[in-house]
Write a protein that binds this ligand. Structure first.
Ligand code: SF4
Ligand code: SF4
Length: 588
């Protein structure tokens, strides 16, 4: 018998201790009938028998059999029973449970016995994580949730400053200088709990939700703590982290004495916060109700608290059902109710609801850059599902899905023809953004790009991008808005100009010949002279996650996917520069 490695011994021990009756039921019930094979996007896309749910689970099941099955103990080879023995086997298992399964549970819904593959994956993930054998991104995010309380390591200062910035934007949009985003309001009807991505990288869904709350005249508040609804306890299989994140949110909501907690559009956020974390954190019963923003919007539309004009969304819209919402929370009709009232042409994707395919970004996959290529390969199943809808917009209700769908739309070049030869990649908003676009509010003003404030006017911006046309475009846009612009069309000269000119902001492309954007980014961050210059990634590839989820360098201050929306680009530039000026003043 091979001598087991220390990590293998520890893994096997934890596996045995953590196997519950729920796991045993799924381990023991699978009869390898193959009914679920066609449920799995990994198998459908690759046609590799090793990618069928049963084959993948057999790699976990062999440990269960060795530890619990009497036949596995007396004739292990006969029944394929075997504990993990080497570090190499642990790495192979990592590849399966992190890199080949998003825990989407589509196979469970198609299994005649209801075998729950995702909980078996969770069990294996938790034991691997304890040995430090997991994608770096997962370990990094877990660390941030434990230590800082949110998955993107956002400081309290950054969180509050971003809300303040959004407040100023909305004051202009509403033409209402008295508009305030309430923070820590005691006794409000509800506290709004969000995905940190909305603060760090894409405030549009937050602005949309706030616009809806404003139009409906709701009594609500943001919390200064416990505001992250995401939970890597679910993706890592670690209930202790799951309970910690849940309790951060519950404790603050209790302190504020709110009646309800409303979860922004995040599939696993709703599942974790509403259904799993109360048990993980031993927080039941909670003294308030938890609902999704989707449920709140249905109520507001039904009761005429908001008025929608669907003609403002004239292009065809389809809906992608996030796995956690449809299969684990039963939320399928609410988004359709909202979209059918907020746009003129709603089209179903086939299959849909609990039978929809995963966007391929679930299960924490978006933070595992090592599996990007495989993920995009299997994403062809989802691309083939989207294409026949002929939609211009793929609305969804989850931030992971927004990222997963955006990447595959780019990879498979899914476009809508707007006529006159103009085609654009399909847009992927959350449902609240479509609703907010249609909302009619008194004295409504069209969203205006904020004119740069006096304190940031004339700031020097270095544009680094290898596409000369795009450089000229950004230069013109920025100069027209009062900034000074210097440019570079490759990584090496960009780095040299950063050192020489010390600009106030750098916009940086990622894919460039020679020195790539990732190398330039690292070189800047590791050079104390220029490390603090804010960097705004503007790229067509999604490798920025390699930067976001790395511990060794500070995350970029902003990112935007090409093709860019001019308004969003300028808004982000303004936001980054204003925050940088404030930080410098505070330090002075
Ligand atoms: S998980 Fe269910 S459907 Fe799939 S092979 Fe096993 S018994 Fe059959
Ligand atoms: S949970 Fe989803 S990704 Fe995992 S094996 Fe089942 S169908 Fe495939």
């Amino acid at each position: 018998m091979t001598k087991k490695s220390d990590k293998a011994i520890s893994f096997n021990k934890n596996f045995k201790a953590r196997t519950t009756r729920q796991h045993a039921l799924s381990f023991a019930t699978c009869v390898h009938c193959g009914t679920c094979n066609d449920s799995c996007h990994y198998y459908l896309a690759t046609e590799d028998p090793e990618m069928t749910p049963a084959a993948k689970m057999d790699k976990i099941r062999q440990v269960f059999k060795a530890q619990n099955d009497w036949l596995g103990k007396i004739a292990p080879k006969w029944v394929g029973a075997k504990e993990i023995e080497t570090d190499k086997e642990l790495e192979e298992l990592k590849d399966i449970v992190f890199g080949s399964c998003t825990g989407c549970r589509r196979c469970t819904f198609n299994c005649p016995f209801g075998v729950d593959t995702a909980i078996l994956v969770g069990l294996a993930r938790s034991c691997l994580v304890d040995e430090g054998i997991a994608p770096e991104g997962i370990l990094h995010v877990m660390d941030d949730q434990w230590k800082i309380g949110n998955q993107m390591g956002i400081s309290q200062e950054e969180y509050l400053e971003t809300l303040e910035w959004i407040e100023e934007e909305l004051q202009e949009e509403f033409d209402d200088q008295k508009y305030k985003i309430p923070i820590d309001k005691t006794g409000a009807d509800f506290v709004y709990v969000i995905n940190p991505r909305e603060i760090k990288y894409d405030p549009r869904p937050l602005q949309a939700a706030f616009k809806i709350f404003y139009a409906a005249g709701l009594d609500w508040t943001m919390g200064s703590a416990g505001w992250d609804n995401t939970n890597f306890g679910l993706f890592s299989g670690k209930p202790d982290l799951g309970g910690h994140m849940g309790n951060l949110a519950y404790d603050h909501a209790k302190k504020l004495q709110v009646k309800r907690m409303v979860i922004s559009e995040c599939g696993h956020g709703l599942r974790s916060t509403k259904w799993e974390a109360p048990n993980w954190g031993k927080a039941n019963p909670l003294p308030f109700e938890i609902i999704s923003l989707l449920e709140l919007m249905v109520d507001l539309i039904n009761n005429c608290k908001i008025i929608l004009d669907p003609s403002r969304n004239p292009y065809p819209v389809t809906y992608h059902d996030p796995c956690n919402l449809s299969r684990s929370c039963g939320i399928t009709e609410e988004p359709r109710f909202c979209l059918k009232r907020a746009c003129l042409d709603f089209r179903e994707m086939i299959p849909n609801r609990a039978d929809s395919y995963c966007c391929t970004g679930g299960g924490g996959a978006m933070s595992m850059s090592e599996y990007t290529q495989r993920r995009l390969e299997v994403a062809k199943i989802k691309a083939e599902q989207i294409k026949p809808t002929g939609a211009a917009i793929v609305a969804t209700s989850c931030h992971n899905c927004v990222d997963g769908l955006s990447e595959l739309i780019k990879e498979y070049d899914l476009r809508y023809d707007y006529g006159d030869g103009k085609t654009k990649l399909l847009a992927v908003p959350n449902v609240c953004e479509v609703v907010a676009e249609a909302i009619v509010i008194p004295k409504e003003l069209r969203r205006v790009v904020r004119v740069p404030g006096e304190e940031i006017k004339g700031k020097k911006i270095l544009v680094i991008d290898d596409e000369p046309d795009f450089v000229i475009f950004l230069q013109t846009l920025l100069e027209d808005n009062g900034f000074e612009v210097i440019t570079a069309t490759d990584g090496s000269s960009g780095l040299a100009k950063a050192k020489e000119e010390k600009p106030d902001l750098i916009t940086l492309d990622i894919t460039m010949p020679g020195k790539s954007g990732v190398q330039v980014y690292r070189d800047i961050r590791l050079n104390p002279d220029i490390a603090n210059i804010p960097i705004f990634i503007v790229t067509g590839v999604i490798d920025f996650r390699q930067l976001m989820y790395q511990k060794s360098v500070q995350a970029p201050e902003g990112f935007l996917k090409k093709p860019i929306d001019n308004d969003v680009f300028l808004m982000t530039v303004n936001k980054i520069l204003e925050k940088s000026v404030k930080t410098k003043k505070a330090k002075a």
